[in-house]
Design a protein around this ligand. Structure first.
Ligand code: FMN
Length: 190
């Protein structure tokens, strides 16, 4: 598949078939993902791949946080829908920032967060496009940040949780979601 085709064909997938994704396919995806660019080649990513029982425990953890948050009358955004997608997907990959540190003074802490976040975003998008190339569906999920501390405890890490990626064989074929015309979002200076 051409890169352009993968970019144009990718959609956020929220319905997945129950079929498992073979481990060697996930390993190949991660091997491609780490080729993403990163600031100073710092490679801030760490991945925790959850499947089977572990993935079910992750989903349960998120569901508990959802119920607790709702019971406090606090907003939960699209967390319920994201949990549903993760429950259906045979694989959920947690993405952590392994370079996250709490001892950096401002303004460097803010700059570092922005820089690491961009590198991690590049890695996640690389994963999504590689999966698209292999005929797999993905969902980039930041709703897991509602349960940041609980997910870090689940993965036994203090590293900053950045996102999750649901992965599996798509059970839906959504059309292209609306995009604002790039012409309205671009200016040219010559
Ligand atoms: C940083 C980021 C966070 C996202 N978080 C979620 C999420 O938590 N739950 C969800 O269902 N979709 C999430 N999405 C997917 C977006 O909703 C989706 O990309 C957007 O609606 C455009 O649709 P498309 O990906 O099919 O083009 C996220 C996407 C990005 C880039």
């Amino acid at each position: 598949m051409e890169t352009v085709e993968a970019i144009q064909g990718r959609r956020s997938i929220r319905r997945f078939k129950a079929d498992l994704v073979p481990r060697d396919v996930i390993e190949r995806l991660l091997d491609l993902t780490i080729r993403a660019p990163s600031a100073k080649n710092g490679q801030p990513w760490r991945f925790v791949v959850t499947t089977g029982e572990a993935k079910s425990r992750l989903v349960e953890t998120l569901q508990e946080v959802l119920e607790e948050t709702k019971s406090k009358g606090q907003p939960t955004g699209s967390l319920q829908g994201s949990i549903q997608a993760m429950a259906e997907a045979p694989v959920v990959i947690l993405v952590f920032n392994r370079l996250s540190r709490e001892d950096i003074p401002e303004p460097y802490a803010y700059a570092k967060l922005l820089v690491d976040t961009q590198s991690l975003g590049a890695a996640i998008q690389t994963f999504l496009l590689a999966a698209q190339d292999m005929g797999l569906g993905t969902l980039w999920i930041c709703d897991v940040l509602y349960a940041r501390c609980e997910v870090q405890a689940f993965a036994s890490t203090k590293e900053e949780l950045m996102a999750a990626i649901a992965l599996g064989i798509p059970a839906e074929t959504p059309g292209e979601r609306p995009r604002q015309d790039w012409r309205e979002l671009s200016t040219w200076m010559e």
